[in-house]
Design a protein around this ligand. Structure first.
Ligand SMILES: Cc1cc2nc3c(=O)[nH]c(=O)nc-3n(C[C@H](O)[C@H](O)[C@H](O)COP(=O)(O)O)c2cc1C
Length: 304
């Protein structure tokens, strides 16, 4: 029997493939298309203390080998998530990881506390790519001290495994990674989207109402892979790799450079079965290469 399960900071998942937050709704939306139990875990849309309507459209524009989005973190709020979205997921035997965000450290703590009391949540992923309103709008995830502060507050507010999700919009992502691990993160995930812009030359206006947006999809994969490789060498906690994973081959690259698990985002918009196809493709690779334990593959990268 091949061993494909991996441990993410105390949470054991049956295979290393998860959904990326914001690209898989609250999970249930995909139930008509795939058997959710085939996935390692479902990471749901980012949740805040109060419901948020998000930005005005246009909020998405396709770009070469990717897309820009400025959804603005629209979500139903943590309370409605627990009463309406979580019960159907609880009936499925799948770990649910809640992605959380806020505008202040207190917001993050409160959301973490509320979710920790809800049956059926197996872990928290902290989206630190949000501006802190008390600190003049600097993104939590671009400042090592703020990243430390928010991670350590969430760590204290919950007994659940805490994954800190890192932004690529920094000069040295390993500095932020070490800071969140020092603050008690059980794992890190990266990358969130890269900040970008697209112009409509007919109107000379931005394509997105928000002007800028976050770039995702195959265009970001080499950047994501390089950052995951750097972070995996810099911290001792599990690293979850994402950014542009469309196929099993893409996912395998992340595992080889040191990711313990992967997340699949934009690919699910193109093919709702992308995640399960990636699970199957990883299995085939392990079989073809005579690898009985996926941990023998993780971090097996060599450069000489
Ligand atoms: C439409 C959309 C919404 C997203 N919403 C969130 C979110 O709520 N929280 C979060 O941490 N990341 C969010 N992300 C970022 C993704 O989870 C992921 O980090 C990024 O898209 C890179 O992976 P990909 O290239 O596989 O899509 C969103 C991405 C997209 C495209």
């Amino acid at each position: 029997m091949r061993k494909t399960h991996v441990d993410i900071g105390g949470l054991t998942i049956r295979n290393p493939v998860m959904t990326a937050s914001g690209t898989f709704g609250y999970g249930e939306e995909y139930a008509p298309y795939i058997d959710l139990r085939r996935l390692g875990a479902v990471i749901v849309k980012g949740l805040s203390l109060k419901p948020q309507p998000g930005n005005y459209p246009p909020r998405i524009i396709e770009t070469p080998a990717g897309m820009l989005n400025a959804i603005g973190l629209e979500n139903v709020g943590v309370e409605r998530f627990i009463t309406e979205k979580l019960p159907p997921l609880r009936d499925i035997d799948i770990p649910v990881i809640a992605n959380i965000f806020g505008e202040t450290v207190e917001d993050y703590m409160r959301v973490a506390e509320i979710l920790s009391g809800a049956a059926g949540v197996s872990g928290l992923e902290i989206n630190i790519s949000c501006p802190n309103i008390k600190r003049g709008g600097i993104d939590f995830g671009t400042d090592p001290d703020l990243a430390y502060e928010v991670t350590s507050a969430v760590r204290k507010a919950t007994h659940l495994p805490v994954i800190a999700k890192l932004t690529p919009n920094v000069t040295d992502v390993t500095v932020i990674a070490r800071s969140v691990v020092d603050a008690g993160a059980d794992a890190v995930s990266l990358i969130n989207t890269l900040k970008g812009l697209s112009v409509d030359i007919a109107t000379r206006r931005p394509h997105l109402r928000n002007i800028t947006g976050g770039l995702s999809g195959p265009a970001v994969k080499p950047v994501a892979l390089r950052m995951v490789w750097e972070v995996a060498r810099s911290v001792s906690v599990p690293v979850i790799g994402l950014g542009g994973i469309m196929t099993a081959a893409d996912a395998l690259e992340f595992l080889i450079v040191g990711a313990t698990a992967v997340q699949v985002g934009t690919a699910s918009f193109i093919d709702p079965a992308a995640t399960v196809n990636i699970v199957d493709g990883i299995d085939r690779y392990l079989e073809d290469h005579g690898i009985d334990d996926i941990s023998d593959l993780i971090g097996s990268f060599h450069t000489n």
